[in-house]
Design a protein around this ligand. Structure first.
Ligand SMILES: Cc1cc2nc3c(=O)[nH]c(=O)nc-3n(C[C@H](O)[C@H](O)[C@H](O)COP(=O)(O)OP(=O)(O)OC[C@H]3O[C@@H](n4cnc5c(N)ncnc54)[C@H](O)[C@@H]3O)c2cc1C
Length: 381
């Protein structure tokens, strides 16, 4: 690929940089895993949306800028380099929106996307269940036919942001006794404050309610909130999973910015020789990931599917992130362990530990790489 940016891409970068320089809050917002922080991050989404920066890759009619994938990557680089806040609307924007673009109706897109783009409605992903994580198809929550819609019952867990979010999307068993477990599932959206929903926050390692478990007792959902055909939920869900592991969840911008912060931290500590190689590894790793992602994005822009290669991305960024954060904590010494220490390294480190688990565990990703990219025989399940 050609590594030179076009004049249009450079202009887009300059416009994003200028806007962010004028708008990014001077002081970091409170953690979005608190009620106060959630509200502050929601207000930030609104501000981004005012000038069409909240969903740059969406069509203009839904509040976006119609940016292609390379311009989206450029925006992400500028976003993180500017130290802008984490995105509270990430689940909706990265997971539900692509699903609606591919499988939703015009009515659903017109109804759901604008309030997602503005942060007015924040979405949670309700896929995992106590007995259904990696083996998602073994899920047991049900959708039962009712007049004009469906009744949802069962339990979902590890739903990020659900402690404070407004709505959720998930997969439910709508037919019993199918030949295969991934048949007879239906993909639905529902309100987290609907009658019959109990949201019970789950504390993270640092005590903040970053997740919730959801108990659903005959929660009514109208037909208008089914995405795709009833019974075809697995197909719909898998297109979302590809997005999650692939390009959208962790763009290189985040790691380029973190590696740069680490480099500055190292310099401010007097550039100690002991840490030189590890800091250099972090900087080189971020750059390698950036180039790998550009290569994937170029293939994608040329009409190729990314497919199983998204698993390579997922394993790389999740392991890289832990190494980077560990280096920062070791550099900081005992002070780094303090949750409220400057730079937020301790919170970032504890979150990085979850990277090999969420968005499909790395063991599962390695199986995909082995079977689909390397052509190795299927492992025992
Ligand atoms: C920070 C974080 C955020 C999350 N956010 C959400 C969210 O918003 N919404 C949501 O629905 N879920 C969310 N999850 C849940 C996440 O998707 C699951 O934790 C994940 O899919 C793993 O499922 P599990 O926890 O049930 O573990 P299990 O599937 O029980 O796995 C346990 C261990 O066994 C291994 N294993 C299982 N099956 C195989 C196999 N066939 N081959 C090899 N190894 C295997 C796994 O890799 C893992 O190491 C989140 C999790 C985390 C940590």
């Amino acid at each position: 690929m050609d590594l030179e940016f076009t004049a249009e891409q450079r202009e887009f970068r300059a416009e994003a940089r200028a806007w962010l320089a004028d708008h990014v809050p001077a002081r970091p917002l409170p953690s979005l895993e608190t009620a106060e922080g959630f509200a502050a991050h929601r207000a930030w989404e609104r501000e981004l949306h005012t000038d069409r920066w909240s969903v740059v890759s969406w069509p203009v009619e839904f509040g976006g800028r119609g940016a292609d994938i390379l311009r989206w990557l450029v925006f992400e680089e500028e976003y993180y380099a500017a130290g802008a806040p984490g995105r509270v609307s990430q689940n909706g924007i990265n997971l539900l929106a692509p699903t609606l673009f591919d499988h939703g109706t015009d009515e659903q897109r017109a109804r759901v996307l604008p309030s997602m783009a503005s942060g007015e409605v924040v979405w949670a992903q309700a896929w995992s269940e106590p007995e259904a994580g990696s083996d998602l198809a073994s899920l047991r929550s049900t959708a039962e036919r009712a007049d004009g819609g469906w009744l949802l019952s069962g339990q979902k867990t590890w739903s990020s942001r659900a402690a404070f979010a407004d709505r959720a999307f998930g997969v439910f068993r709508s037919e019993q006794g199918t030949a295969k477990p991934h048949q007879g599932l239906t993909y639905l959206m529902f309100d987290l404050c609907a009658p019959g929903v109990t949201v019970r926050p789950i504390g993270r390692l640092d005590g903040k309610p970053a997740f919730a478990e959801l108990f659903l007792d005959r929660v009514f959902v109208p037909d208008a909130d089914v995405i795709g055909e009833p019974g075809q939920g697995w197909r719909v869900a898998m297109s979302t999973a590809g997005n999650e592991r692939g390009l959208t969840l962790r763009s290189p911008g985040r790691f380029l910015a973190a590696a740069e912060r680490l480099r500055r931290l190292w310099e401010s500590a007097g550039s100690p020789e002991t840490w030189r190689d590890r800091v250099a590894d972090a900087v080189a790793g971020a750059r390698a990931y950036q180039l790998f992602t550009y290569a994937n994005a170029s293939r994608f822009a040329a009409g190729e599917a990314i497919g199983a290669e998204s698993s390579l991305n997922k394993v790389f960024w999740s392991e890289y992130d832990i190494r980077l954060q560990e280096t920062a904590l070791e550099l900081l010494g005992p002070e780094g362990e303090l949750a409220e220490a400057p730079g937020g390294w301790a919170e970032d480190y504890t979150f990085a530990l979850a990277g090999p688990i969420y968005a499909g565990t790395n063991e599962i990703q390695r199986d995909i790489i082995a079977e689909r990219l390397l052509g190795l025989p299927k492992g025992r399940r």
